[in-house]
Ligand binder design. Structure first.
Ligand code: EPZ
Length: 438
C-alpha cells in the first residue's frame, strides 16, 4: 500500500466484534430462534460460528444478520482446533453447564497478547457449584454441574469476558448471583440488553455491580449489536495521521470520552454532525505529544494504544504509553521501528504492581515491559512488516498510510479477524491499498 495520501470521505462503523462473539454464545441458552443484526463479517465471528455449530446450533447467515437455532440436543465438547484459535470460544462453558450440565473446552488460544488465562472464569463457575478439572495431557477443561447456584462473586481484578462468562452462567442458575467489581465495559451492557431481551433478569445496580436473578427458561429474540468502539478510534486516528477528513457513521461519541480528550489535546479535531455522525480530522499541522495510560472502561482502552502509537510517531517530542491491562501488547513496536519510528521500552515505576496491573503479575515474563517512549515527529518510510495481533494489524496499516512509499504488510488475515473488508473500506476513503495473495 502507498502512504502519504490524505483520507477523505465517509465510513460506517461495523458492529462490535466483542459483542457479536458473545451473542453467538448467548444463543446456546435457548432452543428458540435468535436473530442478530449488525454482525461484522470478520474471521473471529466465522470462527465462533464454527464453535457453536459444532455444539449442534444451526446457523443461517445473510450479510450482517445471523440466525441461530439450537436443535434441542446440544453437544458439550468444543473441538480442540476451534478452541485453540479463538480464546473467546471458552465462554461457551457457562451456557453448556446451564443447558446440559457438562462442558469440555480446550484451554483457550486466541490473540497472542500475553498468557490470557481464564482462571477468573473457572474460579467463578466453581463458586456456582461447577466441578472443573484441567487435564494437561489433552489441554481440556472438564466441567460438570447438576444445577448452577447463584452466588456473590467479588472479582479481585477487572475482567471483561470473565464478567460476561458469569452472566451467561447465572441467567439460568438457581437463585440470585451478585457480581462485585464487575467489568464496566459498554459491550457488557449490550450483552445484558440481548439477554434481558431473551427473558433474563439482569440489572447493573451501579458502575461495578451486576445482579442476575436466575430464571427457568430463556426465549428467542431479535437484536442489533452496538457499533465497534475500536473501529471508530481506528478511523479517527486514520484521519488525523493522514491529514484527511473522515465522516464516521454509526458513531458513539458517548463511549469514547477517554479517547476524545487526548485526541483533541494532541491536535485532532472532532465535530459532532448529529447523534450518530462524527467528523474526524486534524486541527493543525503539528501534533502534540500526549502521554497515555491504558485502563479498563471508562479509561483509555488497551485496544486503542497501538493505533495511538502511530499518531504519536507524528507528534512533537517524547510521549509515553503505559499498558496496564495486558502483560504483552507491544508486538507492533518492532514493526513500527522497521518503518523508522523511534520507540524504546521502559519500565514505569509502580509502587505495588501486583494489584496495580490488571493481568496476573505471575504471568509476566522477565523481558516484558509495560511502557514505551515514542520520539517524534518522524517521517515514517515504507517497509515490509508482519502482523501478529489484530489491533497491531490495523496499526501497521495506519502507519503505512502515513509512511512515504509503498509498504508490504504480511499477515492481513490477522486484521480480517477484527475489521470487516478493511482494504475495501479504506480504498473508499482514497487510500491506495490492495490485497495480494502470497
Ligand atoms: C476483552 O478481553 C476483549 N476481548 C479485549 O479485546 C479487550 O482488550 C479486553 O477485554 C479489555 O477490554 C473480548 O471481549 C473477546 P480481561 P479479555 O478479561 O476479556 C487477565 C480485541 O482485540 N485475565 O478484561 O481477555 C487477562 O489476561 C480484544 O478485541 C486473567 O489473567 O480481557 C488480561 O491481561 C483484545 N485471568 C487482563 O486480565 C482471567 O481469568 C484483562 O483481561 C481473565 C483475565
Amino acid at each position: 500500500m502507498d502512504g502519504g495520501i490524505p483520507l477523505n470521505g465517509e465510513i460506517t462503523v461495523a458492529g462490535a466484534k466483542n459483542v457479536a462473539l458473545k451473542a453467538c454464545v448467548a444463543a446456546i441458552l435457548t432452543d428458540e430462534l435468535v436473530v442478530i443484526h449488525n454482525v461484522p463479517q470478520i474471521r473471529d465471528v466465522e470462527w465462533m460460528l464454527e464453535v457453536v455449530k459444532s455444539l449442534g446450533i444451526t446457523i443461517t447467515r445473510n450479510e450482517n444478520t445471523i440466525k441461530l437455532k439450537s436443535s434441542g440436543n446440544l453437544l458439550s465438547r468444543v473441538p480442540m482446533e476451534y478452541g485453540a484459535r479463538l480464546r473467546t470460544s471458552a465462554m461457551v462453558i457457562g451456557p453448556l453447564l446451564a443447558r446440559t450440565g457438562e462442558a469440555k473446552i480446550p484451554n483457550p488460544g486466541g490473540c497472542r497478547i500475553g498468557a490470557r488465562p481464564i482462571d477468573r472464569h473457572i474460579e467463578g463457575l466453581k463458586q456456582m457449584g461447577a466441578v472443573i478439572e484441567y487435564n494437561p495431557e489433552d489441554g481440556y477443561f472438564y466441567a460438570r454441574a447438576k444445577k448452577l447456584e447463584g452466588v456473590v462473586i467479588d472479582f479481585a481484578k477487572n475482567t471483561h469476558t470473565g464478567t460476561e462468562t458469569m452472566i451467561l452462567a447465572a441467567v439460568l442458575a438457581k437463585g440470585t448471583t451478585v457480581l462485585k467489581n464487575a467489568a464496566a465495559e459498554v459491550e457488557v451492557d449490550d450483552l445484558i440488553k440481548l439477554l434481558n431481551g431473551m427473558g433474563a433478569k439482569i440489572r447493573r445496580v451501579n458502575d461495578r455491580e451486576i445482579v442476575i436473578d436466575g430464571v427457568k427458561k430463556l426465549h428467542g429474540t431479535e437484536f442489533r449489536i452496538m457499533p465497534d468502539r475500536n473501529e471508530e478510534v481506528t478511523w479517527a486516528i486514520a484521519a488525523a495521521v493522514s491529514s484527511g477528513e473522515v465522516i464516521v457513521r454509526d458513531s458513539r461519541l458517548e463511549y469514547l470520552g477517554a479517547f476524545i480528550k487526548p485526541f483533541v489535546q494532541a491536535g485532532g479535531r472532532v465535530e459532532k454532525i448529529d447523534e450518530t455522525t462524527t467528523k474526524y480530522s486534524r486541527e493543525r499541522r503539528d501534533i502534540q505529544s500526549v502521554d497515555i495510560i491504558t485502563a479498563p472502561y471508562p479509561g483509555f482502552m488497551t485496544d486503542w494504544q497501538a493505533p495511538w502509537a502511530v499518531l504519536m510517531t507524528q507528534a512533537n517530542g517524547v510521549s509515553t504509553i503505559h499498558e496496564t491491562v495486558f502483560e504483552s501488547r507491544f508486538s507492533y513496536v518492532g514493526e513500527l521501528k522497521k518503518m523508522g519510528a523511534m520507540i524504546d521500552f521502559y519500565d514505569p515505576v509502580v509502587t505495588n504492581p501486583e494489584s496495580y496491573y490488571n493481568f496476573n503479575w505471575t504471568d509476566r515474563v522477565d523481558d516484558y515491559h509495560q511502557g514505551i517512549r515514542i520520539s517524534g515527529p518522524i517521517a515514517l518510510h515504507n517497509a515490509v512488516v508482519t502482523i501478529d495481533d489484530l489491533r497491531a494489524g490495523a496499526t501497521l496499516i495506519l502507519a503505512a498510510l502515513t509512511a512515504t512509499g509503498e509498504s508490504y504488510i504480511h499477515g492481513a488475515e490477522q486484521v480480517d479477524r477484527g475489521y470487516e473488508k478493511i482494504e475495501v473500506r479504506l480504498r473508499r476513503l482514497g487510500a491506495r491499498i490492495r490485497r495480494v495473495y502470497e
